[in-house]
Design a protein around this ligand. Structure first.
Ligand SMILES: CC(C)(COP(=O)(O)OP(=O)(O)OC[C@H]1O[C@@H](n2cnc3c(N)ncnc32)[C@H](O)[C@@H]1OP(=O)(O)O)[C@@H](O)C(=O)NCCC(=O)NCCS
Length: 150
């Protein structure tokens, strides 16, 4: 089981390596620094043996949490690291009232879509040609906050 904790500047070399290996259009080092500096953002890492093996970033706009980034190092995938990161994130974000969570995911990313669905996300729309590297469509996914379900 990984340790889930807040991301620090010192983690960024590992984080950027995972990011580059995971996405065709990876975030830059500076994009992570921007998120770390924002009060409205939550940046978490998963750590095993003092190595960062995954991370997630979410930011809040107008009572909605936007999941901006999530990746796990390839050799640690399918070991519930993303699940642990998301569970921690939802626990943290759920402490204050909000409307829910949203994210965009490539239409072809079936594994990630399946994982989000297992957390209660549903597909609410499509952004045509959203990804500039291959003009792939993005699915827009939404999950109500626990408050909204009560
Ligand atoms: C998507 C990603 C974050 C999942 O991380 P992970 O730690 O491997 O996910 P988990 O082990 O917590 O998976 C939980 C469940 O999600 C589903 N799932 C996750 N990855 C899957 C895959 N590649 N294929 C099918 N189902 C998958 C499964 O139901 C899995 O449970 P199971 O293993 O019991 O079947 C990881 O594959 C990754 O970093 N991918 C590249 C970056 C990316 O696509 N990020 C998401 C952008 S929106």
């Amino acid at each position: 089981m990984a340790l889930i904790r807040p991301m620090r500047l010192a983690d960024l070399n590992d984080v950027v390596k995972i990011e580059k290996a995971s996405f065709p259009r990876p975030w830059s080092h500076n994009a992570f620094i921007t998120q770390l500096a924002k009060d409205a953002s939550v940046c978490l890492v998963a750590e095993v043996d003092q190595q960062v093996i995954g991370y997630t970033i979410a930011t809040q706009y107008v009572e909605v949490w936007h999941l901006l980034d999530l990746a796990v190092r390839e050799d640690y995938r399918r070991q519930y690291v993303a699940t642990e990161l998301l569970e921690f994130l939802f626990e943290l974000c759920g402490r204050e009232q909000h409307r829910g969570y949203t994210l965009e995911v490539r239409k072809s990313n079936r594994g990630a879509i399946k994982m989000y669905e297992s957390f209660g996300f549903i597909c609410t729309g499509l952004r045509k040609g959203y990804y500039s590297d291959n003009s792939e469509d993005a699915l827009i996914m939404w999950k109500d906050s626990e408050d909204m379900l009560a």
